[in-house]
Design a protein around this ligand. Structure first.
Ligand code: NAP
Length: 328
């Protein structure tokens, strides 16, 4: 697998990572442990060295799964997890990036992952109740203590990134970015390039939408978060079908799947982009990993980008309470 550098001074990682969330959270019931472990180890065998989890995935069980799966190859992989939520049993999670909470939950993540350090620790969402300098300073101290390798942020706005970076250089930003959601291109990407911060697009397949497998009218079960996401409601979803049809037809011509085209387009945007597609399915893992070898011509890239230009990006991505947490 081709590799890329994770930020200016970061480690080399596979150009595509593996988002592990869906194995435990977000797209229906968790997969059995044995299947999740087998899939993650299959990813390692395919050359994937960058794995993404978070405290809230499950909650907690995804970190345990990732830790178990990667234990035999711990020194050969980069494990990223995230802090920043108060996990409230029976109630929605709330933001919490207070220093004592960060320190306590990072210790718990280390235990669940079964590691002595976390390679990349993201703040999952900016907490307006805590000065950015305090959160970044806490991560800086955890890095100095050897518990954390690098600092990441997620869905942070430009001002928050700059404030954090001044205290503790940021290794990577993980935010939603795909053919279906290109807002980061306006201000975020240029800032990251200026500061030498890697960009790790989450939901690079548009949570499945860009793969062509989300058919018109398809309903999601309640435990699938897409049942609550405005962009998955009709008729909005159908309006964006043209984009999926275009990448499917280009894929047909060059013998690639729509998912592979969506990933190849992202990889072609900038050398510091490292997408983390997720799947619970081993044949899709193989398909997604092979996207690093898909080359799009300049004409195809331009046609795909032009089709993506037509997507309406004024719609919220999340229900109101979660939408308020992004791009701060
Ligand atoms: N920082 C954040 O706030 C945040 C938010 C969301 C996600 N993330 C991270 O980003 C990772 C990826 O994002 P995501 O899971 O939301 O979305 P995604 O990777 O864009 O899409 C995942 C969905 O696409 C399907 N899929 C994957 N490959 C496919 C293929 N080749 N053909 C057809 N369908 C395919 C999966 O279903 P199957 O399982 O059936 O293949 C799943 O439903 C997560 O695992 C998580 O680690 C971070």
């Amino acid at each position: 697998m081709m590799t890329r550098t994770l930020g200016a001074g970061g480690p080399e990682v596979s150009a595509l990572g593996l988002g592990c969330m869906g194995l435990s959270h977000g797209f229906g019931p968790p997969v059995p442990d044995a299947d999740g472990i087998a899939l993650i180890r299959d990813a390692v065998d395919r050359g994937i060295t960058f794995f993404d989890t978070a405290q809230v995935y499950g909650p907690y069980i995804n970190e345990e799964l990732v830790g178990k799966a990667l234990a035999p190859v711990r020194d050969q992989v980069v494990i990223a997890t995230k802090f920043g939520f108060e996990i409230n049993p029976g109630r929605p999670n709330s933001l919490n990036s207070r220093p004592d909470h960060i320190r306590r939950t990072v210790d718990a993540s280390l235990q669940r992952l079964g590691v002595d350090h976390i390679d990349l620790l993201y703040q999952h969402r900016v907490d307006p109740g805590v000065a950015m300098e305090d959160a970044a300073g806490t991560v800086r101290d955890l890095i100095a203590a050897g518990k954390v390798g690098g600092f990441g942020m997620s869905e942070a706005g430009v001002e928050a990134i700059r404030r954090a970076h001044a205290v503790q250089p940021v290794t990577a930003l993980q935010s939603e970015y795909s053919l279906w959601w290109r807002e980061p291109e306006a201000e975020i990407l240029p800032t990251l390039v200026e500061l030498g911060i890697a960009f790790v697009p989450f939901s690079p397949l548009g949570k499945g939408f860009l793969t062509g497998t989300v058919s018109p009218g398809m309903a999601f079960e309640q435990s699938d978060t897409r049942s609550q996401l405005p962009r998955f409601s009709e008729p909005e979803r159908s309006d964006d079908r043209r984009l999926v049809e275009l990448i499917t037809s280009i894929g047909y011509r060059i013998e690639a799947s729509a998912a592979q085209i969506a990933l190849a387009w992202l990889l072609a945007r900038h050398e510091w982009i490292i997408p983390i597609p997720g799947t619970t399915n081993r044949h899709r893992l193989a398909e997604n990993a092979a996207a690093v070898d898909v080359r799009l011509s300049a004409d195809d890239l331009a046609a795909i980008t032009a089709a993506a230009d037509l997507v309406d990006t004024t719609r919220d991505r999340y229900p109101a309470e979660m939408q308020a947490w992004v791009n701060r």
